[in-house]
Design a protein around this ligand. Structure first.
Ligand code: ADP
Ligand code: PAZ
Ligand code: MN
Length: 922
């Protein structure tokens, strides 16, 4: 192909600054490591929460009662009412709208606080025009001026209340106030600030809060809060509830219409047992004074442990048979099988201590701890079952920090419920176990609109942040990235401690009602905070479910389920091996400065730590699929302020590809319709080889220029492809026996990579559709991920391409793209032929190489409404995710498989095989 200028001859890996990456301490996770997860979060946010007061039809939307309430009584205009913006005095509007809620329990203080996204909305003109085109000039959604932001979960020991107060004060959480659009933390402390709090400490420590922070505590009923929190979490978090039996954790999909009634058992210091019949409808039916406080209190006395975790950790190495009296002890080693009791069943907790002539010091603290843990867990399980039986309830949710995500505790409770109910009732646990009350208190503000949130509005992230006070590293909360990095560095010095494996081995059961002792692999219990298993919840009210999904309830984005450990191990290795190269690229993208190198190192540590954690416990952050891992990597980069690691690579590949585009278009235009369609699809598949996330491909790039590799890839295209529905698609497009089918009305093209992929693959295909009279919407990432093209970058690329092509130019003008992209360029910006079918660009709402169609941008959802063809391109969007997705409209899935294992697994093929899957509307 002619027409290559100097640049395209550059080898792909030329000019990329090679930086030394120190990769000697990749695995970091530790005690304090987790403090991290729930602490600071400096990640970039995909949401920019553009406000809008009108719906699609331009009607005003009334704010619901759950929005910030202003007390308008006795309102009067101050000064001259003829002025344009007179000041309105609201004499009765006194309280601050707080963004912190507390649950101050007998053992622990739980904090839930909200932070606003910094307004990072860039002046994206594309947005304005696309919204005009799609008829969503002011957003097709309700206006959520307050809601977009993040919910953080933090806890402190109640005995360390001062640390909690310091934390609140240093983060200024008690000053949270809102003007109509912004949290305003600069505002002076308000005399009348009020914080919602529940738990006994709300009463006990109210004066202290007033004294130390100048805030009043607004007390909320503890049971109300527990129930409100549980209901909210079960409704709004996809993987909140799970079962845990014999070491096996499984997430339970809760049907919101079939949630009630259930039994809620909150195991805090003491235990509350609540029958829940609906929102705000419940009854505390029972409780027990033998709870978490009992385990910790008695355990401390008997073992001299200094912390709850130490006590729990001891239990992992314990053998309760030295203390508990077993059925076998009474029956001479035999089972009492007639009534279903095995020899190893505990007949009497601590019963052996009566007959032995031993003193306390003669027992191992490990054995005592285990015996105690089993006694209490088993007892709670049994009482819960009895209450479930009383009311005919089948589902029991267990919350409270006694559980602490501890496998053995959950297994024991599950065992008791299963055993006594003969499998009729089911014990379930909650990821936000200890935060039910605090979440409920937060919701009681009735201002944050939380009650309106749906599962697709929430994105959970797991930042590697900074410690706040508490945990083992003390000091003020980290204020900026630099502090966070130093903290990570400090952390790594404790590397060996950090990486110690956590015993997760399932306890063996005898099958007859007794447990063997827990297997004692390793000695360290996972850090306190890590065991929380919760991240920061990003509230993104603009996200929507993709309206063209055939069955959103059944939709599962991930094709690869990582609960298969072999699979997880494989991808763990792939991502770990890719890490040094990624860090090089990231650091180079920031100019290779010392600061960038430090951030690169911290990123590598943080990401490795997440990987290590997930290897140990794949379900730690909820159900894990490959898409989640790939997204985690991108989010982690952003957390360390690498906003676009592949920036220069993308730019270079775009330029090189644009230089040869005119020749390609010319070549295509000389073909007959049928050959052209095939060449176009081939072109898309061939150009999908430019994927900087694939190890095999990156190795290839050392072997030639962009154009050489593109040509090589195209020459290798041979039909039939491994999945080849091209003939079906061709028939749909061109018809058969001379009958011309009607063109598609609108096609959504989910584009993938920059460079040849978009320029020489997807754009020519878009052009063909436009030529047929089909409106084309290019759907691209909101945020960078690897070398994927973003929605922000596309208008410039289209504008460049349009310089050489009338079809693209007219369509881009009609779609409003050219005006924006070219107003700095040669064209005069006039609308041109607006009768042409438009070419538009919308952002997909995500920043990952994969796409979860349950959470897409509102503009994509709006664009989808008139679409009758969806084209998903690339391995991430069409194979790792959505390979099995079904759509209401026609779908074409196009990708080159650039990974041997995936090829074998998915299509029984080999690396570089291609997929062209066409599916008619369902
Ligand atoms: N770091 C910890 N310090 C103290 N207790 C802990 C800790 N982690 C878990 N626990 C357990 O959690 C219980 C408190 O649970 P929680 O739900 O916070 O109840 P409360 O509201 O009564 O404080 C403690 O009694 C103890 O059994
Ligand atoms: C991250 C990716 C899904 C991106 O692929 P794309 O969507 O660009 O086709 C892919 O590069 C990938 O799965 N990479 C990891 C596997 C490997 O190195 O082979
Ligand atoms: Mn990609």
């Amino acid at each position: 192909m002619a027409g290559l200028n100097g640049d395209p001859f550059l080898r792909i890996d030329d000019n990329i600054e090679k930086l030394q990456y120190n990769n000697n301490s990749k695995e970091v996770i530790d005690k304090e490591g987790l403090v991290v997860r729930i602490g600071e979060d400096s990640s970039n946010n995909k949401n920019n929460n553009q406000g809008g007061e009108k719906d699609m039809a331009g009607n005003s939307i009334h704010r619901s009662g759950s929005r910030p309430q202003l007390d308008l009584s006795k309102a009067e205009i101050q000064g001259n009412s003829e002025e344009r913006d007179p000041t309105i005095l609201l004499p009765n509007q006194t309280d601050d709208i707080s963004h912190l809620a507390l649950d101050i329990g007998g053992s622990l203080i739980k904090l839930v606080y909200f932070s606003r996204h910094e307004d990072q909305s860039v002046d994206d003109k594309r947005k304005k025009t696309v919204k005009e085109r799609l008829g969503i000039s002011n957003g097709n959604r309700r206006n959520f001026p307050i809601l977009g932001g993040r919910l953080h979960f933090v806890k402190f020991e109640t005995s360390k209340l001062n640390e909690c107060l310091d934390f609140i004060s240093s983060k200024q959480l008690h000053r949270g106030r809102i003007d109509s659009h912004h949290w305003n933390s600069e505002a002076p402390a308000n005399e009348n600030a009020v914080i919602k709090a529940t738990g006994g400490g709300a009463y006990k420590f109210a004066d202290l809060f007033k004294e130390r922070l100048g805030v009043s505590i607004d007390k909320e009923d503890e049971m109300d809060c527990l129930v409100a929190g549980a209901n909210f979490l079960l409704k709004a978090i996809r993987h909140e509830a799970f079962t845990h039996m014999e070491g096996h954790k499984e997430f339970v999909q809760i049907d919101h219409n079939d949630l009630f009634p259930y039994l809620l058992v909150n195991i805090g210091s003491g235990v509350s047992i609540i029958k829940v019949d609906g929102d705000g409808k419940f009854q505390r039916v029972s409780g027990t004074n033998v709870g978490g406080g009992t385990y910790w209190g008695l355990g401390r006395l008997l073992t001299k442990c200094n912390s709850f975790d130490e006590l729990l950790e001891l239990s992992q190495r314990g053998d309760n048979r030295t203390i508990d009296m077993l059925v076998g002890d009474i029956y001479g080693g035999m089972d009492y099988s007639k009534i279903g009791l095995s020899a190893s069943t505990i007949a009497s907790s601590f019963g052996k201590a009566i007959s032995d002539k031993k003193e306390l010091q003669d027992y191992r603290p490990e054995d005592i701890s285990l015996s105690l843990l089993r006694m209490i867990s088993y007892n709670i399980g049994q009482i819960s079952y009895l209450n479930a039986l009383r009311f005919g309830l089948k589902r029991i949710f267990f919350g409270g920090f006694f559980i602490r995500g501890h496998a053995y505790t959950m297994d024991t409770i599950s065992f008791a419920v299963h055993f006594w109910s003969k499998g009729e009732a089911q014990a379930m646990f909650l990821r936000h176990e200890g935060f039910l009350g605090a979440v409920g208190a937060f919701m009681s503000y009735q201002k944050h609109g939380l009650d309106d949130l749906m599962v697709h509005h929430l994105v959970e992230r797991f930042p590697m942040g900074a410690p706040y006070t508490g945990g083992k590293i003390h000091g003020p909360p980290l204020g900026d990235l630099n502090e966070k990095i130093s903290w990570m560095e400090k952390f790594v010095l404790k590397g060996t401690e950090i990486t110690a494996p956590v015993p997760m081995a399932p306890p063996g059961t005898t099958g007859l009602g007794g447990f063997e002792v827990p297997s004692s692999r390793g000695a360290t219990l996972r850090s306190d905070a890590s065991a929380l298993n919760v991240g920061v919840l990003h509230l993104v009210p603009t996200l929507e479910v993709f309206p063209l999904l055939a069955d959103p309830k059944m939709y599962e984005p991930n094709t690869i389920d990582l609960s298969d450990h072999k699979e997880l191990e494989y991808w763990f290795t792939v991502l770990s091996e890719h890490l040094p190269d990624l860090v090089d690229k990231a650091v180079a993208s920031e100019g290779g400065t010392d600061d960038a190198k430090r951030r690169g190192d911290a990123f590598a540590r943080a990401f490795s730590a997440h990987l290590a954690r997930l290897m140990e416990e794949p379900a730690a952050y909820g159900k894990l699929g490959l898409a989640n891992l790939l997204e985690l990597r991108e989010e982690c980069l952003r957390e360390f302020q690498f906003l676009d690691a592949y920036r220069s690579i993308k730019q270079r590949e775009n330029e090189a590809s644009l230089a040869v585009l005119p020749d390609l278009l010319l070549e295509l235009d000389h073909m007959d319709e049928e050959t052209r369609l095939l060449t176009l699809i081939e072109g898309v598949l061939a150009a999908n080889i430019f994927d900087w996330g694939s190890r095999a491909c990156v190795d290839l790039y050392h072997k030639g220029t962009i154009i050489e590799i593109y040509r090589m890839s195209r020459n290798k295209m041979q039909r039939p492809w491994r999945v080849d529905d091209f003939d079906l698609f061709k028939e749909r497009m061109l018809g058969s026996e001379g009958k011309k089918p009607r063109p598609h009305k609108r096609a959504l093209l989910f584009v993938d990579n920059s460079g040849a992929d978009i320029v020489l693959g997807m754009l020519p295909l878009a052009r063909e559709l436009l030529r047929c009279g089909t409106e084309v919407v290019l759907v691209a990432n909101s945020l960078p991920a690897l070398n994927d093209v973003t929605a922000m970058e596309l208008p410039d690329i289209v504008a460049e391409a349009a310089k050489h092509c009338d079809i693209l130019r007219r369509a881009a003008e009609a779609g409003g793209l050219l005006v924006d992209a070219m107003n700095n360029n040669t064209l005069d910006g006039s609308r041109g032929n607006s009768s042409s079918v438009p070419l538009m660009v919308v952002e997909n709402g995500c920043g990952s190489p994969c796409i979860d169609l349950r959470q897409v941008s509102s503009e994509l959802a709006a664009a989808a409404k008139h679409a009758d063809l969806v084209i998903l391109e690339g391995m991430g969007r069409a194979l790792h995710t959505n390979f099995n997705a079904r759509f209401k409209c026609e779908a074409l899935k196009l990708a080159m498989v650039k990974n041997q294992r995936l090829a074998e697994k998915l299509i029984k093929g080999k690396i570089y095989d291609c997929v062209c899957r066409y599916e008619p509307a369902t």
